[in-house]
Design a protein around this ligand. Structure first.
Ligand code: COA
Length: 255
């Protein structure tokens, strides 16, 4: 099976998903959401797959966010349809461990995508953040609730209110990534970790994931709903249209 926005490699016991739109720093568009949703469903039903590793194509980014050229057109009902939020929930619910191998930028929806995974490994070039406030929106696909539970309410609020982008050392310090590796070694480190996990009792690992998800997810659905409602409101503001248009115009001006 070939995809427009992804490549899938099957290894001995796990699958690697490469987010593959390097010309726009692997920004998540609707095609990627649809393709990823399909792939996750297929892999969840594949008995040979007991783990997933996600990586971004190219050296500059894991994912630099949702695709702003599509976001600028989004309306209230799109937020309520929970397009990215639904995909990230599906990834969080994947029955086996998931690891993000992050080189370069993981911003906005890219940061939220990594938050839906069990473990994040970084490279020295890793830079993460939730810059949505610069665009007149919020991280509406799990940022507020997943970031809060991972790095704590104070740091989550600072990141989301200021939109600042932090480097790998800071990501490590606050627990956004578990380890820092040299960039060219991040993927190999993820594979080594996956192989370690695959040597354990697979039944125990699977049950552990259910227990770990249950331990942190108690308020999830309600906070997710609030995120979608808020985002829906922001998608209909002039401020959002102006800020996103400015980003896109700056990009065209560079050409
Ligand atoms: N959506 C759509 N396109 C994006 C994108 C996004 N989220 N992030 C980057 N791109 C595109 C750029 O427009 C550019 O395309 P072009 O070559 O056709 O002009 C290309 O990816 C390379 O990005 P560029 O901005 O030239 O790289 P840079 O090194 O100067 O800056 C970033 C990198 C990540 C700081 C900058 O691209 C950026 O701020 N991106 C948006 C991040 C963001 O706000 N994400 C949250 C969205 S929810």
């Amino acid at each position: 099976m070939t995809y427009e926005t992804l490549t899938i490699d099957l290894h001995e016991g796990w699958a690697e998903i490469t987010l593959n739109r390097p010309s726009v720093l692997n920004a998540i568009n609707l095609t990627m959401v649809q393709e990823l949703g399909q792939v996750i469903d297929d892999l969840a039903g594949n008995e040979d797959v007991r783990g997933l590793i996600f990586v971004g194509a190219g050296t500059k980014a894991f994912v630099a966010g949702a695709d702003i050229s599509e976001l600028v057109e989004r309306k209230t009902q799109d937020a309520l349809a929970a397009i990215n939020a639904g995909l990230f929930q599906k990834i969080e619910d994947f029955p086996w461990p998931t690891i993000a191998a992050i080189r370069g930028y993981a911003l906005g929806g890219g940061c939220e995508l990594s938050l839906s995974m069990d473990i994040r490994l970084g490279g020295r070039s890793t830079q993460m953040g939730q810059p949505e406030v610069n665009l007149g929106i919020i991280p509406g696909a799990g940022g507020p609730h997943r970031l809060t539970r991972l790095v704590g309410p104070g740091m989550a609020r600072e990141l989301i209110y200021t939109g600042k982008i932090i480097d790998s050392e800071e990501c490590l310090r606050i627990g956004l990534i578990n380890h820092i590796h040299d960039d060219e070694e991040v993927l190999e480190a993820a594979r080594t970790m996956m192989k370690t996990i695959l040597k354990k009792s697979q039944m125990a690992v699977r049950v552990a994931k259910v227990a770990l998800n249950a331990a942190v997810n108690t308020a999830d659905r309600r906070s997710q709903m609030i995120e979608c409602l808020g985002q829906g409101m922001l998608f209909d503001t002039e401020d959002q249209k102006n800020r996103m248009t400015r980003f896109l115009e700056r990009r065209n001006a560079k050409k």
